[in-house]
Write a protein that binds this ligand. Structure first.
Ligand code: NI
Length: 178
């Protein structure tokens, strides 16, 4: 298990459309997923997509009990989501601040669907289907965007709400990596 280097915005590998995963329960996949959890936990992230470590596969992980990058966020179950498909459950959208491990030091307000269904498979190839809302739905949309080559700044509509975390949120823990 290894903490991998997280690619930063500007790296063209973050702009690719990811390929579907076709193999499950292989040593290579198991090692990749273990590395992603090590990398996400090391960076105190709420989620991580395989393209962020340079692996162009439709694989994201997310979840936490308590997250110092998002101290007010409710817990999200630790999840491995592969080959995901998102379906909004209403037209309702909401703006909230997001950060990204590939965009260190910055936060921006991003509109996201409030409620959606996500489907895909877990690391063993077993189907996943969940209907979620609010922060859980936001995290999934952010991570799945990485599989489409989309970083959250590309979703910002009001650039007056985009800036440095330590300026906009001076009370946040300065020891965090973001
Ligand atoms: Ni991100």
């Amino acid at each position: 298990m290894t903490v991998r280097t997280i690619l930063k915005m500007g790296d063209p590998r973050l702009l690719r459309v990811a390929e579907p995963v076709r193999e499950f329960n292989t040593p290579a996949m198991d090692a990749l997923i273990a590395d992603m959890f090590d990398t996400m936990h090391h960076a105190n992230g709420a989620g991580l997509a395989a393209p962020q470590i340079g692996v162009n596969l439709q694989l994201v992980i997310f979840g936490f009990k308590q997250n110092q990058r998002y101290p007010d966020a409710p817990a999200v179950p630790e999840t491995v989501l592969i080959n995901p498909v998102l379906t909004p459950l209403s037209d309702d959208t909401e703006e909230a601040f997001e950060g990204c491990l590939s965009v260190p030091g910055l936060r921006g307000s991003v509109p996201r669907f409030v409620r959606l269904c996500y489907e895909g498979v877990d690391q063993h190839g077993n189907p996943i289907r969940r209907e979620v809302a609010d922060f859980h739905a936001r995290v999934v949309q952010h991570e799945v965007d990485h599989l489409l080559g989309i970083l959250y700044p590309m979703r910002i509509t009001d650039f007056s709400k985009f800036g440095y975390t330590d300026v906009m949120f001076p009370d946040m823990d300065p020891n965090e990596d973001d």
